[in-house]
Design a protein around this ligand. Structure first.
Ligand code: AMP
Ligand code: ZN
Length: 112
């Protein structure tokens, strides 16, 4: 997608601090972390949000979750973490390319 920030990060047009990359996904550190460790995991295929996951593209979601535990360890998270995907306006989704926030490195509070 020409006008998508995360597609530009995937192509290298916009730099990022990479944690992991393969042919299907990219993990990179969030530019404004909300916890001591905060990285994002995204599919290389442009999918707009959780709302756009369907039977044709859902395999990548399982693949991402299969990788998250090891990536959290590699990022130095030792005592648990939270995975978040903001979907749509009320959730505050600001980049319309599916992404999973992984946050940890401290005891997290829980509020909405
Ligand atoms: P969301 O608000 O859930 O759509 O999350 C988008 C996230 O992308 C936010 O946490 C931003 O801090 C992060 N972000 C925006 N631009 C960049 C960038 N160039 N590199 C890394 N993270 C970014
Ligand atoms: Zn995109």
């Amino acid at each position: 997608m020409a006008d998508c920030l995360f597609c530009k990060i995937i192509s290298g047009e916009i730099p990022s601090k990479k944690l992991y990359e393969d042919d299907k996904i990219l993990a990179f550190y969030d530019i404004s972390p909300i916890a001591p460790v905060h990285f994002l995991v995204i599919p290389k295929e442009h999918i707009q949000s959780v709302d756009a996951i369907d039977e044709k593209n859902s395999e990548i979601v399982a693949y991402i979750f299969q990788k998250i535990g090891q990536l959290a360890k590699e990022a130095g998270i030792e005592n648990g973490y939270r995975v978040i995907s903001n979907c749509g306006a009320d959730a505050g989704q600001s980049v319309l390319h599916l992404h999973f926030h992984v946050i940890g490195g401290k005891e997290l509070s829980w509020q909405a």
